[in-house]
Design a protein around this ligand. Sequence first.
Ligand code: PLP
Length: 418
Amino acid sequence: MKRRSQTVPCVGSRSIESIRDDFPILRGETGRGIAYLDNAATSHKPAVVIDAVRSYYEEANSNVHRAVHRLATEATRRYEEARKKIAAFIGAPSERSIVFTRGTTESINLVASSWGGEFLEPGDVVLLTEMEHHANIIPWQLLASRTGVELVFLPFDASGRLELDRLAGLWSDRVKLVSMIHVSNVFGTLNDIESVIRFAHDRDAPVLIDAAQSVPHGPIDVAALDVDFLAFSGHKMCGPTGIGVLYAKEELLDAMPPYMGGGEMIRAVWLDRAEWNDIPYKFEAGTPNIAGAVGLGAAVDYLTSIGMSDIQAYERDLCVYAIEALSEIEGVTLYGPPPGDDREAVVSFTVDGVHAHDAAQMLDREGVAVRPGHHCAHPLTRKLGVPATVRASFYLYSTYDEIDRLTAAIEKAKSFFI
Ligand code: PLP
């Protein structure tokens, strides 16, 4: 196999070295010492994001939307500017469709609780898939136990792809929503959401997409997709933790009741009733994560400056290289589709005779950071019949050398345990 680590890799016009230089944690000792391959869990943060958060606290710290003094005005400007940037980044027609949440988990809970609680009735069906992250299972189970809504699951096949040809057979006029993962956080499968959205819309059902693993890694256009709800997390896309987004079509947000009550989400309050604020504020009760939103705005600027298509192309090259290198190691079993257009840079595997947690611990000793476990997708790993997998996941600053370090560390772990 051609060791691509001998060439100078680039993302678009930027060399990986210069990109890595943008990330303080990758400079110096930490960067050289640790091959960070746990990007599906969370990404590192570039200096521009850290600076935007610091600058917010140093120059604009205040609460938003309330006071009229100049700090409050500046804080509100930065917060709302971030909302506009995020709307543009995902192709949303208006920033009114962008609700700031704590992350993908909260975004999905918001929809299940508010939209599901208001519009679903006992016997209605929410169609999910067997490869969902718990964040897109549990909110619906909670709703089901409260309301009598039923859950139906589209299966995946041995290659880690959804069995889309079974969609029609599982469908009935009781299906009132499809909620599904875009890119699997275990298999790396890029699901054909375009087809599912068309299929569901032809039958008048809206679609929610869990885009936690897709928005950070490639271009997305919610208007072109005509998707109804889209959820993602800032911390997986170079932004701070504790900030995320729910995109929803304006008419859906308008029709939905609030998720949480409190300040900011109201227009007027009496002792026995209240009027709700306009969207998106109706869904942002209490003081929001202002610094987080500002940081996410900076992250979106940063990713845009590099180019989402270039990031996706580079990560796919890394994925090919990783899969080729791992499949050369005897005893390694890979999960998920082979490299291709329906595969992103998340690679899960097991090593014969070595438990995933032991492997990950050995890898850590070699300075390689991966994730062992069920990856918050118990039903998926249960169906695979493995207690846990090791997951290596890449981002725009990952390198071929880091993959070489991963494979060398696996060989070492094997020789230790077997
Ligand atoms: N959905 C998927 C596919 C994920 O990979 C994750 C996180 O790993 C989540 C949802 C939950 O994201 P968060 O913990 O940021 O809310």
